[in-house]
Design a protein around this ligand. Structure first.
Ligand code: AMP
Length: 459
């Protein structure tokens, strides 16, 4: 049975979605003012694998992400570059989507832009004002944290820790920790509202979007560890105050940071590597494998040596799949006396592998079980005691693992041994042409091969 660590209870809990076979999943999307770095990628790859595994287990998954396309950081960057904020946001949203697609992150059903949900945002703010959870000042509309007795329940912070000035410093706020729902702003982009022209606060965009597409209560809310406070705490305060339904989410899931020398990779620290830069040197598969090698809640230290290790591990898997394909095409026995023994081994491996993933998506444990299995299967292949049927079963298992991890173990296109055979055939044909003294064609074959760096010497 699948167990998920719930940040709210700090415990692993049996996973029971609200609807038996449907999982509604929301993960905070990026603020699109620059290219995404590999820390972002760590979080989004982790949730992609979580969505894949839920699907493998037979759930339908509706996975929603928001795109923060209006924010002070976007406006500042657009000013620096002398472009329109919305144009800047669209450009980096496209680049983000391209990066995700390259990395095989392909399970998000819908990306919802903040700027396309202003009416929903205004409606939630109105409800909060009507119910006495919010108030208006000269500068904006704020959530009154003193009205929400559960404030701090996710981050387990005490009121003194919550009640500190954060982003908005407005002397008219009732409590220093109150956060903006609407900011009255004259500069564009801004929108009309019952409280004058302005822009929404950051937290309200998420709850307005989730209420619209997932309802007032849904199954999983995810994001990086840094979002627990204040962002997710604020989301709970808003949504549970708007609806009166508690809890707004059954399972809160948070990814650990991708660090560089012990420090979180971030734009502000300047210690970041963009996804695009990394992919100049390493394949998307290697980076995905690197992410999988650590549990999603643990910190992951970025280093070239760890990436090299991932590359080598992938090579071992590719070698196995290649050997399996060659053997399946060969003249080996369909069945043999070892089949029962191998079938037991396969079942045992499958059970252990899935148990590891059922244990809060423990990918490093699953990988170590996988590599023990690879070692054993390689031994079997070397001693030539595996039948074709067993090899086909191993192939099927490997294809399931490919789907769960979003990796490709079986090479697409023509295999190396087939390429060799093809070249030998070409050389043979050319020999016949030479005997027939068809110099035009023999030279053409040689020069075409040279174009693809294959030098043919007549001896
Ligand atoms: P942002 O655009 O900064 O809001 O970040 C988008 C998502 O990436 C959030 O869920 C963050 O928690 C996550 N994130 C940002 N930096 C890192 C990092 N170094 N490691 C893991 N996740 C991160």
């Amino acid at each position: 049975m699948l167990k998920i660590y719930n940040t709210m209870t700090r415990k692993k809990e049996a996973f029971k979605p609200i609807h038996e076979k449907l999982v509604k999943l929301f993960v905070c999307g990026p603020t699109v003012y620059d290219d995404s770095h590999i820390g972002h990628a760590r979080t989004y790859i982790s949730f992609d694998i979580i969505a894949r595994y839920l699907k493998y287990k037979g759930f339908s998954v509706f996975y929603l992400q928001n795109i923060t396309d209006i924010d002070d950081k976007i406006i500042k960057r657009a000013e620096e570059l002398a472009v329109q904020p919305i144009d800047l946001a669209r450009k980096f949203e496209n680049r983000y989507l391209e990066d995700m697609s390259t990395l095989g992150v392909e399970n998000v059903n819908f990306y919802a832009r903040a700027t396309e949900h202003i009416p929903e945002i205004i409606s939630q703010i109105k409800t909060l004002l009507d119910k006495g959870f919010a108030y208006e000042t000269e500068n904006g509309v704020y959530f009154d944290e003193s009205q929400f007795s559960d404030f701090g329940k996710l981050s387990r912070r005490k009121i003194e820790e919550l009640n500190v000035h954060r982003v908005e410093k407005d002397d008219n706020k009732k409590n220093p920790g109150d956060f903006a729902l609407w900011k009255k702003k004259d500069n564009k982009p801004n929108w009309d509202s019952p409280w004058g022209i302005g822009r929404p606060g950051w937290h309200i965009e998420d709850t307005s979007i989730t209420e619209e597409y997932l309802g007032v209560k849904y199954d999983i809310h995810g994001g990086g560890l840094d979002l627990i406070f204040p962002h997710h705490e604020a989301e709970i305060a808003q949504m549970e105050s708007v609806s009166g339904v508690k809890p707004m989410v059954r399972y809160w899931m948070h990814t650990g940071f991708l660090n560089v020398q012990g420090e979180k990779m971030s734009k502000s620290l300047g210690n970041f590597i963009t996804i695009r830069d990394l992919l100049e040197d390493y394949s998307p598969e290697v980076f995905r494998f690197f992410v999988l090698s650590t549990h999603y809640r643990s910190p992951i230290d970025f280093s070239k040596s760890a990436l090299e290790q991932s590359k080598n591990s992938l090579q071992r898997i590719y070698k196995l799949t290649e050997n399996i394909e060659v053997l399946i095409d060969s003249e080996i026995q369909e069945y043999n006396d070892n089949d029962r023994d191998y079938t037991n081994k396969l079942t045992d491996f499958e059970n252990k592998f899935l148990d590891a993933l059922d244990n809060d998506f423990n990918t490093p444990d699953a990988l170590s079980i996988f590599f023990n299995f690879i070692r054993e299967m390689n031994k079997g292949i070397q001693s030539e005691n595996i039948s074709k049927t067993i090899l086909m079963n191993i192939s099927c298992l490997l294809k399931d693992i490919e789907a769960i991890f979003g990796l490709k173990f079986f090479k697409e296109g023509i295999r190396e041994d087939k390429i060799k055979e093809l070249l030998e055939l070409l050389v043979e044909v050319r020999e016949i042409l030479r005997e027939r003294k068809d110099w035009e064609l023999t030279d053409l074959i040689r020069s075409k091969l040279k174009e693809i760096d294959i030098n043919l010497e007549d001896k």
